[in-house]
Write a protein that binds this ligand. Structure first.
Ligand SMILES: [Fe+2]
Ligand SMILES: [Fe+2]
Length: 463
C-alpha cells in the first residue's frame, strides 16, 4: 500500500475518471480546482472554507455518471458528446438551447431519428433539464457525504447548476441564496472549458457575457481582472496532473488513510461506477463480495484479501470512459462499439495507476477480461501471465454478470451460472477458481446471499 495516500490526494487523482465520464479533457477537475482556489485566494476566504471548496471542485462531477444513461436515452446520442457540448452552450438563452438540442439529437442517426429525438427534447424542455440536473446534483452531494466530507462540500455540489439570475437548475435559486462555493465552482468549470477551447480571450468573453446572468458579478470580476496574466493562464491550461494540487491541499485532508478508510473510498467509487449503467447496479459491489469470499476460502493473507477486494470494487472504473449508447445497447455491438467497450479494461489500468493507494491493484483490476487461453482482452495474456487474483476476479465477474437481472433477460439461477462457468473452466477460466466459488456458495448457503444483499441495498437506494 502507498503510505502517502490521503483523502485529498485520492479524490484528486481519481478525478480524471470523472472527467472521462463528462466528456472533458483530462485534468478538467484538477484545473477547475486550481482556478477555484485562486478565486478563493483573491476573495480572502478562510482556510476551512477553502478546504470545503477544494474537495467540492474535484468532486463536482461525481453525480455525472448517475444521469449518463438518461442523457444518452433523451438525446439518442453519445452522452459524453452531449455533455461536452452543453458545457459550451448558453442554454439559458432559448434559441441557443433549441439549436444545441437539435444539433445534439441522435447524432449520426437518420434524419427521421434526429427529428423524433429533437421533438422529444422540445417536449421535455425545462422539465427534462431540471430532472437531469437534479439527478446529478443530488447524487454528487450524496457521494461527498459518503466520502465523509462536510455538509458545506455536499451543498456546494448540490447547487452547482444554479445561476445568479435564477435561471439555473434544479431549484432556480438566485443571487446570494446560491452558496458561495457553488458560485465559485460554477464559474471556474466554465473558465476551464473555454480556456481549452479558445484561450484567455475566450474566457474573458464568456465571463463578461454571462456576468450577472449565470455568474456572480463579484466572482466574475475576479476572473476578469486576470486578463493580463498570460503566464498563469498558460500554466493552468497545461495542467493535467493531480500532483500539481499538492501545495493547495487542505491541511485537514492530508492525513494518511488507514486501510479500512481506503476500502471505504473504493466502495464509494464502485457505486459511482455502477451508477453509470443502471442495469448493472451494484455489479462492482457484488463482484467484490464474491472475490473476498473466494480469497478467504483460498486462505490468502489478510493483506492480499484486501488487495483483491479493492481490485474487484474498482475493476470496471474504466467504464466511466465508455458511452452509454454502447453500455446500454440491448442488441449486439458492431465492431467499433465493441472496440470502445473493450477499451474499458485499459482505461481501468490507466486510471488506477495514477492513484496513490490503488496503484497496487491496477493490473489485477485491468485483467478481469483476460482469459487463460489468450482469448481475452485488453492484451490477450495467457495462463503464464495471469496470477491468482486475476483468475479469481475473472470468475467472480462472469458469475455476477450471469446471475444479475438485465433489461433484456432474467438473471440465471446459481446452478445455471455454475454450469456455464464449468463449461469454460480449464480452457478460458481457471478450474480451481470455479471449484473455490462453488465451495463458497455451499458455505454461504448459496451465493444468492451475496446477490440478495446487493439487491436489498438496491431496493433501499431506489426507495
Ligand atoms: Fe469489465
Ligand atoms: Fe465487471
Amino acid at each position: 500500500m502507498d503510505r502517502r495516500a490521503s483523502r485529498a490526494s485520492l479524490i484528486a487523482s481519481l478525478s480524471p475518471a470523472l472527467d472521462l465520464s463528462e466528456g472533458q479533457t483530462t485534468g478538467h477537475a484538477v484545473r477547475t480546482c486550481r482556478i477555484a482556489m485562486e478565486i478563493a485566494e483573491a476573495l480572502q476566504l478562510p482556510a476551512e472554507v477553502r478546504s470545503d471548496l477544494f474537495c467540492a471542485a474535484l468532486l463536482k462531477d461525481a453525480g455525472g455518471p448517475a444521469n449518463a444513461s438518461a442523457v444518452a436515452a433523451a438525446f439518442g446520442s453519445d452522452d459524453q458528446l452531449v455533455k461536452r457540448r452543453m458545457r459550451f452552450a448558453d442554454w439559458s438563452h432559448s434559441p441557443t438551447a433549441a439549436r444545441t438540442a437539435l444539433a445534439s439529437a441522435a447524432m449520426g442517426g437518420t434524419p427521421w431519428g434526429r427529428l423524433r429525438h429533437a421533438a422529444r427534447l422540445a417536449r421535455g424542455g425545462r422539465r427534462l433539464a431540471r430532472k437531469l440536473t437534479g439527478v446529478r446534483s443530488t447524487r454528487g452531494a450524496e457521494v461527498a457525504l459518503d466520502l465523509g466530507l462536510s455538509d458545506a462540500t455536499a451543498t456546494a455540489i448540490r447547487n452547482l447548476g444554479e445561476h445568479w439570475d435564477g435561471g439555473g437548475y434544479p431549484q432556480g435559486l438566485a443571487g446570494t441564496s446560491i452558496p458561495l462555493l457553488s458560485r465559485i465552482i460554477g464559474l471556474a468549470q466554465t473558465v476551464d472549458v473555454f480556456l481549452h477551447q479558445g484561450g484567455p480571450s475566450a474566457v474573458h468573453a464568456v465571463v463578461k457575457d454571462r456576468r450577472g446572468r449565470w455568474f456572480d458579478p463579484e466572482v466574475s470580476d475576479v476572473v476578469l481582472s486576470w486578463s493580463h496574466r498570460a503566464t498563469w493562464w498558460s500554466v493552468i491550461r497545461d495542467c493535467r496532473d493531480a500532483a500539481s494540487l499538492a501545495g493547495l491541499e487542505p491541511p485537514g485532508q492530508q492525513r494518511p488513510l488507514a486501510p479500512p478508510e481506503l476500502d471505504h473510498i473504493a466502495r464509494v467509487y464502485a457505486e459511482v461506477v455502477d451508477d453509470k449503467t443502471p442495469y448493472a447496479y451494484l455489479h462492482s459491489r457484488r463482484v467484490a463480495e464474491v472475490v473476498r469470499l473466494m480469497a478467504r476460502r483460498l486462505g490468502l493473507p489478510a493483506e492480499e484479501v484486501r488487495r483483491l477486494y479493492r481490485a474487484a470494487l474498482l475493476h470496471d472504473i474504466g467504464k466511466l470512459g465508455v458511452s452509454n449508447r454502447i453500455l446500454d445497447k440491448p442488441g449486439p455491438l458492431n465492431e467499433s462499439e465493441w472496440k470502445a467497450m473493450r477499451s474499458h479494461a485499459q482505461l481501468t489500468l490507466e486510471i488506477l495507476q495514477g492513484v496513490p493507494g490503488f496503484r497496487d491493484v491496477a493490473r489485477t483490476a485491468a485483467c478481469h477480461h483476460e482469459r487463460l487461453d489468450g482469448s481475452g482482452y485488453p492484451w490477450g495474456l495467457g495462463a503464464d501471465r495471469l496470477d491468482r487474483g486475476a483468475r479469481a476476479l475473472a470468475v467472480a465477474d462472469v458469475y455476477e454478470a450471469l446471475t444479475a437481472k438485465r433489461p433484456h433477460r432474467k438473471g440465471r439461477s446459481i446452478d445455471e451460472a455454475l454450469e456455464v462457468l464449468r463449461t469454460e473452466a480449464g480452457s478460458s477460466l481457471d478450474l480451481h477458481m470455479v471449484d473455490i466459488l462453488t465451495h463458497c456458495i455451499d458455505d454461504e448457503g448459496g451465493a444468492g446471499a451475496v446477490g440478495a444483499k446487493g439487491r436489498a441495498e438496491a431496493r433501499e437506494r431506489s426507495a
